[in-house]
Design a protein around this ligand. Structure first.
Ligand code: CP
Ligand code: NVA
Length: 306
């Protein structure tokens, strides 16, 4: 059975912990090496990962490609519109054909159902590079960033501010697996589906819903923002208007713990979900976070092939 990485909710906590440990080890082992040099153990020698995009990407695209090179393997990138997928070939047939050519598939999909259909029909590992439902690779990089700054996740409080979106869902899943406390502060009408929160709580997740962003940020260790208009959202004007009171401002950061960290998966929109003074300020870890996409995903890929 191929090992897929589709959702943090599907993977045992001990295995996610091992992936994060591996990410730290691999990052340290190649500190200051040239970016294209292969890791000493070249664990993916001879393997090729297909990178398929139904939507735009900068970080996911480059980090998976460089990650495969560093692991001793290679990748092939295509957008769905380059492929027959964009002309109506089914995802099921695409899965069966690619399983004959490559060793694994990373998909960024509009719909989570497309990703699960790909995984069900592939005989090789499938990795989620973001869907409308979740973004698990991102959160592994985010947690690596917090740990390398000295954080003990089981002892931390993280606060999500703004739109309850795909990235929020993966933070909710991660709260169950890694034992941090999560406060979710979303505008009315922009909350995460109740069943996602209830399922996390039923598994011991410490999730608090606090609509007041200032209260939600009080004494928190981490403040997290994301775009108010995700890829695929059509109601941009209404979103910007409704979500502006949830901009992460200096006032919110001042309410947070003295040593707090600001995270954002990027791309960012300064003056919308976050003030420039916050994302470009001393508490911001966003570029370490972006770099860690590479290190965390290398550990995810090696897990899939283990
Ligand atoms: N954070 C993230 O997934 O970035 P990209 O959309 O650039 O891949
Ligand atoms: N929530 C954003 C994340 C981008 C990396 C989106 O889906 O567009």
């Amino acid at each position: 059975m191929a090992k897929h990485f589709l959702s943090l909710a599907d993977i045992p906590a001990s295995e996610l912990r091992a992936i994060l440990d591996e990410a730290h080890v691999r990052k340290k082992a190649r500190a200051s090496w040239p970016k294209g040099k292969v890791d000493a153990d070249a664990p993916l020698d001879g393997r090729t990962l297909a990178l398929i995009f139904e939507k735009s990407s900068t970080r996911t695209r480059f980090s998976f490609d460089m990650g495969m090179r560093q692991l001793g393997g290679s990748s092939i990138t295509a957008t769905s519109s380059d492929m027959q997928l964009g002309r109506g070939e089914t995802i099921e047939d695409t899965a069966k054909v690619l399983s004959r050519f490559v060793d694994g598939i990373m998909l960024r999909a509009n719909s989570h159902d497309t990703l699960t259909a790909l995984a069900h029909n592939a005989s090789i590992p499938v990795i989620n590079g973001l869907t409308d439902f979740n973004h698990p690779c991102q959160i592994m990089a985010d947690l690596q960033t917090l740990e390398e700054r000295g954080g003990d996740l089981s002892d931390m409080t993280l606060t999500w501010v703004g739109d309850g979106n795909n990235v929020t869902v993966s933070f909710i899943h991660a709260a169950v697996k890694f034992g941090f406390k999560l406060r979710v502060s979303c505008a009315d009408g922009y909350t995460v589906a109740g069943q996602t929160i209830e399922a996390a709580r039923a598994q011991g997740g410490d999730i608090t819903i606090e609509p007041d962003p200032l209260k939600a940020c009080e004494n928190t260790d981490v403040v997290i923002a994301d775009t108010f208009v995700s890829m695929g959202d059509s109601d941009a004007d209404a979103r910007l208007k409704d979500l502006m009171p949830y901009q992460v401002t200096d006032a919110l950061m001042e309410a947070s713990a003295k040593t707090s960290i600001f995270l954002h998966c990027l791309p960012a929109h300064r003056g919308e979900e976050v003030a420039a003074s916050v994302i470009d300020g001393p508490k911001s870890a966003v570029f370490d976070e972006a770099e860690n996409r590479l290190h965390a995903q290398k550990a995810i890929i090696t897990w899939c092939f283990s």
